[in-house]
Design a binder for this molecule. Structure first.
Ligand code: SF4
Length: 469
């Protein structure tokens, strides 16, 4: 039976020569390696804030870190393998370059394998589950006998010099933890527990943490509200958060991610008319469109609702772009079911499409009760077919945007290139717009500027700066 993972500490960790020599947090540095989804990135930021609040510094190079934290993923087999590989890579760095380094595994993998992770990987110095990200700094100081130092906000200059991670215009804000649903392929409710919506105070705390980390750096232009199932706390609660954030002058864009396709989405779409800061972006993982497959997935199978949602989304905001994901090769998926996915892509304008190969996971109801019917080769062949179809459809739409001028946010500036994003694109998941320049940089990270789209090729735009907003 799964038992929640709290904090575990390997015996060897307490007798570290390095931490004995350097007992104050101000003398110690950390690195966080984040795997998996944007929700994990939001949690990594909370860990980072928690560590910096107590005076730890962020290491300039991962190999220089005193504490190397891996925020893990265990969603599917590949994610578990990637987590294990990342631990081994960190162990190798420790062996070659940094024998005093403490390596800790945090998050979903720890929750999922709480009974065995410490004994299976005894080289780990500590493990922490998914419920204590915001306390990571305190847990480490307590367990390793380290004295906390001053608040990170007092070291704004140092924080500003940390590089790209602080100089970015967006922040992920977690608005709930856990999930009450029981999708047959998903382990997350077991790992993260039932849905626990956050209050406005929690969101304010996350914003304050982000501000402290940001120092006097680039202003925050975009907040991305994430949870496992963002609609489940209800439209009223979501509206409260959106209304609250809309009043903040600096924030220009509010993005919702992971909207489970239930009937309340129709009501939620009205908010896009009421709150102009809500970006025209609907992230709605349908996972499949065959009613039979959806029933076996233990998800709502009324696919007419999917059509209704897309139709209303485009009616409310004609510039709305839709992101969805499909799981390909779920047990019992037939050729007819697969054809339905193709027909859906043909019929609708799906702007961003994530395709996942179904992966049989023990501990999920599908993994424990259903039998696989397709081989991995068959699943990949289907994924490739869907991807080709989508690339072609997306290209047709995106080429229609060439010549348009839109307000975009500056994500990154290098000596020759500016990377920007349209409101319809989420950071680190969707398309970007590249502008080339020479001479002095005409813009800075976080600027909102008008850009004319000049070209498009497979999931990337080229642009030209029009004028500063
Ligand atoms: S809604 Fe998402 S997190 Fe919840 S069970 Fe379904 S797939 Fe998993």
């Amino acid at each position: 039976m799964h038992k929640p993972a709290e904090v575990a500490l390997a015996q060897s960790a307490q007798s570290s020569a390095a931490t004995e020599a350097k007992r104050n947090a101000a003398d110690l540095s950390f690195h966080i390696e984040t795997l998996g989804c944007p929700k994990n990135r939001a949690d990594s930021r909370r860990m980072r804030a928690s560590l910096m609040r107590l005076g730890f510094r962020e290491a300039r190079e991962p190999s220089e870190a005193d504490f190397y934290l891996i925020n893990s993923c265990s969603f599917i087999r590949e994610a578990q393998e990637e987590t294990i590989q990342t631990v081994f890579d960190a162990l190798k760095v420790r062996e070659i370059k940094s024998p005093h380094m403490k390596i800790g595994l945090v998050g979903c993998f720890v929750e999922r394998f709480s009974d065995s992770v410490s004994s299976d990987i005894p080289e780990l110095d500590f493990t922490i589950g998914t419920h204590r990200y915001h306390e990571v700094g305190g847990l480490i100081t307590e367990r390793f006998g380290i004295e906390p130092a001053g608040h990170a906000a007092n070291r704004a200059e140092e924080i500003m010099s940390l590089g790209d991670d602080t100089a970015r215009p967006f922040a992920w804000l977690r608005i709930a933890q856990g999930c009450n649903r029981k999708c047959a392929f998903c382990i997350i409710p077991t790992i993260r527990g039932p849905l626990k919506p956050y209050q406005l105070e929690d969101i304010e705390r996350q914003l304050a943490e982000d501000k402290a980390l940001r120092g006097t750096n680039a202003p925050l232009r975009e907040v991305i509200l994430v949870s496992q199932d963002t609609i489940s706390q209800g439209v009223e609660e979501i509206e409260k958060i959106v209304a609250h954030l809309s009043l903040k002058h600096e924030i220009e864009w509010i993005r919702l991610q992971y909207l489970f396709p239930d009937r309340r989405i129709l009501e939620l779409l009205d908010l896009f008319e009421k709150y102009p800061k809500l970006v025209p972006y609907l992230d709605i993982p349908f996972q499949h469109v065959s009613p039979e497959v959806l029933k076996r997935m233990k998800r709502p199978s009324d696919t007419a609702l999917f059509d209704e949602i897309i139709e209303k989304a485009h009616r409310v905001r004609p510039d709305m772009e839709i992101r969805t994901s499909f799981i390909v090769g779920f047990p019992g998926e037939t050729e007819d079911d697969f054809e339905m996915l193709k027909a859906f892509i043909e019929k609708h304008r799906i702007d961003k499409l994530a395709l996942f190969r179904y992966s049989h996971e023990t501990g999920t109801s599908a993994g424990d009760t259903l039998s696989e019917t397709l081989t991995d080769e068959e699943k990949y062949a289907h994924i490739n077919e869907l991807r080709d179809l989508h690339i072609e459809k997306r290209k047709q739409y995106a080429l229609g945007l060439v010549g348009k001028t839109e307000v975009m946010v500056v994500d990154e500036v290098t000596p020759t290139e500016i990377t920007l994003r349209r409101a319809q694109d989420a950071p680190e998941s969707d398309e970007v717009v590249t502008v080339y320049y020479s001479g002095a940089a005409p813009v800075a990270v976080s600027d909102m500027v008008e850009v004319t789209i000049k070209g498009y090729s497979e999931y990337a735009f080229m642009g030209q700066l029009a004028a500063k907003k």
